[in-house]
Ligand binder design. Structure first.
Ligand code: NAD
Length: 388
């Protein structure tokens, strides 16, 4: 493929992030393909036309099926809510088109597996938006772990905390619909699972907890409101999905860990964090400071022991594509630009992008097992849990 004409479905929080990354990627990287923002679909013609004009797409449609069938679309980019991912991706795969889909891949592992099977059967390229593993600091953490610099890893602590649902007046949105998944487990624990798998590897068993802090929420006027302040109406809807969730996990390599997620963690804004401990040291990072990694190695002189702070710079690829100056800092949208680079490289015939639908299904199996384990109050083997 020498030119990639993108059809973007959805223009909310992630739709805008994708549009920005698609537009910026050719300016940051020497991409092997020409990228064209061709067609944008949203819920109706007016919303789509407005978004297309604002985000730089040539055309718009209120019908996502028309986008997929459009002969001038080479890549289907799905940023609609979770409940739509399966239907949209399966239609794109049936049309033989590569799919770039937001996380979680699907509300549950069964739907995710159907998507994996279809994509692998048709041989289409897939990629899922677990953008935090694109952070050069995450790549550095992985390199440190795999090189043995902190010895044999035996402990992992990971969590993803934000507080966009802390206000009880925050309205019921699509994120509270059980059809989107188990609330924060699909929304944020999926990122924590993805990061744990990226750094340490397969999770084989889990003993989890999850609960709903606010049992009802006001019905809002805008289904997609997330970070704007909005007072819901007097009408309430019951909430069944998880607001917070915790788990003990065992990794295939023998390491033990904890994972947590909360969207009601007051004061936390983008606290996706990990602490990895091995026999010769430890590393830790928190993506509220996404350009920093702290590293401790054993054997330091008494009285001088401590974590050192490493700031991201051109020695941590692909940081240098953005700026030659160390410590000047990348941001959230830059991680999406790296994600787009990887996808375009694959579409031009390079190696498969990461993470694929299959990897996102593996993440979803752990997420499903998390909810089942919490409900059954029991340890579960991921392979034996009632997940697809
Ligand atoms: N990777 C990340 O860091 C990250 C962050 C936030 C959200 N997400 C994921 O991105 C996806 C979207 O989340 P969001 O926060 O952007 O949601 P959002 O509510 O802000 O935006 C959803 C968009 O999809 C559109 N849409 C809804 N139904 C549609 C339909 N039938 N046809 C066409 N368009 C439709 C909406 O009008 C809106 O433009 C979710 O899967 C979410 O989990 C990922």
């Amino acid at each position: 493929m020498s030119a990639v004409r993108v059809g973007l479905i959805g223009s909310g929080f992630m739709g805008r992030a994708h549009a920005y990354a698609l537009a910026a990627a050719p300016k940051v990287f020497d991409l092997p393909v020409e990228l064209r923002l061709e067609l944008l679909a949203d819920v109706d013609d007016q919303v789509a036309a407005r978004a297309a004009a604002a985000l730089g797409f040539h055309r718009s449609t209120g019908d996502w099926r028309a986008l997929i069938e459009d002969p001038e679309i080479d890549l289907v980019d799905i940023t609609a809510p979770n409940a739509f991912h399966r239907e949209m991706a399966l239609a794109a795969i049936a049309a033989g088109k590569p799919v770039y889909c937001e996380k979680p891949l699907a509300p549950n592992a069964a739907e995710a597996k159907e998507m994996v099977d279809a994509a692998e059967r048709e041989g289409v390229t897939t990629m899922v938006g677990f953008n935090y593993i694109k952070n050069p600091i995450a790549a550095l953490a992985r390199e440190i772990i795999h090189s043995g610099e902190i010895g044999e890893v035996f402990s992992y602590r990971g969590h993803h905390f934000e507080d966009y649902m802390i206000d009880p007046a925050a309205p019921f949105t699509w994120r509270h619909e059980p059809s989107a998944g188990d609330g924060v487990v699909g929304d944020l624990a999926s990122h924590a699972i993805s990061m744990a798998r990226f750094l340490v590897g397969d999770i084989v068993s889990i003993c989890a907890d999850r609960d709903t802090v606010y049992a009802e929420r006001p019905v809002g006027s805008d289904d997609s409101v997330l970070f704007q302040r909005q007072v819901g109406s007097d009408k309430k809807r019951p909430v069944e999905v998880a607001d917070q969730a915790r788990a003990l996990v065992h990794f295939a390599n023998g390491a033990k860990g904890t994972l947590e997620a909360s969207w009601v963690a007051a004061g936390r804004k983008m606290n996706l964090a990990a602490e990895v401990t091995g026999t010769k040291g430890a590393i830790r990072f928190d993506l509220e400071r996404l350009n920093e990694l702290e590293m401790y190695v054993t054997g330091q002189p008494p009285g001088r022991e401590g974590f050192k702070r490493i700031l991201a710079g051109p020695d941590h690829p692909p940081y240098g594509a953005f700026t030659p100056a160390p410590g000047h800092q990348l941001g959230f949208n830059d991680l999406k630009i790296i994600e787009v680079r990887d996808l375009m490289t694959a579409l031009a015939g390079g190696e498969d992008p990461w993470p694929t639908f299959r990897e996102a299904w593996e993440v979803q199996r752990v997420a499903d097992a998390w909810t089942i384990s919490a409900k059954e109050k029991a340890w579960l083997e991921i392979d034996e849990a009632a997940t697809a």
